[in-house]
Design a protein around this ligand. Structure first.
Ligand SMILES: *Cc1c(COP(=O)(O)O)cnc(C)c1O
Length: 410
């Protein structure tokens, strides 16, 4: 079958919840994906911040194959060695004390919210606790995660959400403080807002919210699903702030392609929240997923991924700054490490479509922002190639009206 035929079949079988690019993938290698007609694309999307190690890493593939030949799934009623290894390594890179494995990011958020409610319940026996979340946040598509997602567009048709969630403005401490009551059990935000437009947490905000949480015995939950696993130059983005969350979430790059996530907590929260029978999952922490997590963390060290993120991230910053200076329709450039965004005057769909034509994959964040989230193995030469293509797309569009096509949100 040719590409068009596959796409027609897809559109008659899959539920239409995405407006997909007209591409059917065949395989990946390093920084590149290949479609079934053999066209090669430089990838600055990485499966939405998932494929940190690039495609087809041999050591990663071999570790998965070896685990497949042993056992793929058992059950959480027993122990398995990959889960033990992966949990130990996650503790080490995060500094947290207890790990619960999930199958996705949204499920990690669900678990974090349940842990916070249980913690508060054990403190005062009440069942009316409140959670403070941020406007423009994104935490996933399940009901709990959606309930703390501060974007009405994702929620509207699915109301009512879980109760007692209040929204504050991100990076505005007074707005958070104004929402605190005796019932507040948790504050949740992304250390760097991803879908909301690549907004890093400001240092003062992080410190002030942490202090407020300490003072009122409120749990701080940081969502590191997109910005974690080295993407900003530290294993977890919060580690550069000199504070620590009580509960955190991780997913996306933590398995580098195998569906897996985790929520983690400090010992203090672990001792006073979820216990036997409170939470569970059939697949979560299965040997195959955990073999992936374990190998990913080893490879981060072996390949010195953080060093590359810091060096190539700085280089990317410089190059995007230069583009922002060159074109009037670029309003702002933000981000940290290999998580950066260019905010444009209008919708960025046309730019991204042109880039795809020229063999470069980019993704938006909201309507107006081009997001740059490449595999963490990206080189300066790859950045140069990417910048060359984006520059060419911008040049073609100069004078014409940028921003006619409304983008989907992920
Ligand atoms: C992607 C994402 C999620 C949801 O993860 P899924 O694996 O898609 O459920 C949650 N929070 C953040 C910050 C994300 O970027």
């Amino acid at each position: 079958m040719n590409m068009k035929e596959y796409i027609d079949e897809a559109e008659s079988a899959l539920l239409h919840t995405y407006n997909r690019y007209q591409i059917v993938w065949d395989k990946g290698d390093g920084m590149y994906l290949y479609d079934i007609e053999g066209k090669k694309y430089l990838d600055f999307v990485a499966g939405i911040a998932v494929f940190a190690l690039g495609y087809n890493n041999k050591a990663y593939n071999d570790a998965l194959k070896a685990q497949i030949d042993k056992v793929i799934h058992t059950s959480n009623y027993y122990y398995n060695i990959p889960a033990i290894e992966a949990a130990k390594k996650l503790k080490k890179i995060s500094g947290m004390d207890r790990v619960f494995f999930t199958n996705s990011g949204a499920e990690a958020v669900e678990g974090a919210l349940k842990a916070a409610r249980k913690y508060a319940f054990l403190q005062d026996g009440h069942t009316d606790h409140e959670i403070i979340a941020m406007n423009h946040s994104f935490h996933g598509r399940t009901f709990g995660a959606l309930s703390v997602t501060g974007n009405p567009h994702y929620r509207e048709a699915f109301e009512p959400m879980i109760g007692n969630v209040k929204f504050a403005d991100f990076n505005d401490f007074e707005s958070v403080r104004a929402q605190v009551t005796d019932k507040t059990c948790a504050v949740i935000f992304e250390t760097v807002q991803g879908e909301g437009g690549i907004y890093p947490t400001e240092e003062a905000f992080m410190r002030q919210v942490r202090a407020l949480c300490d003072e009122r015995d409120i749990l701080l939950i940081l969502d590191e699903i997109q910005c974690g696993m080295g993407r900003t130059g530290t294993m977890y983005a919060w580690q550069r702030y000199g504070v620590k969350p009580d509960i955190m979430t991780s997913a996306k790059a933590v398995g580098c392609g195998v569906p897996v996530g985790a929520f983690m907590m400090t010992e203090r929260v672990a001792q006073h929240s979820l216990t036997s029978g409170d939470h569970g999952t059939t697949y979560g922490g299965n040997p195959l997923a955990c073999a992936a997590v374990s190998k990913v963390i080893d490879l981060f060290e072996e390949l010195d991924i953080l060093k590359n993120v810091n060096e190539t991230g700085a280089y990317l910053y410089e190059k995007l700054d230069a583009l922002a200076a060159k074109y009037d329709f670029i309003r702002a450039h933000r981000g940290v490490g290999l998580m950066q965004g260019l905010e444009c005057e209008g919708a960025v769909g046309d730019v991204i479509n042109r880039a795809v034509e020229k063999g470069l994959l980019l993704i938006n964040a909201g309507t107006n922002i081009i997001r740059f989230i490449p595999p963490l193995i990206v080189s300066k030469a790859d950045v140069d190639d990417m910048i060359g293509i984006v520059d060419a797309c911008f040049a073609e569009m100069e004078g014409s009206c940028i921003g006619t096509r409304k983008m989907d949100e992920t």
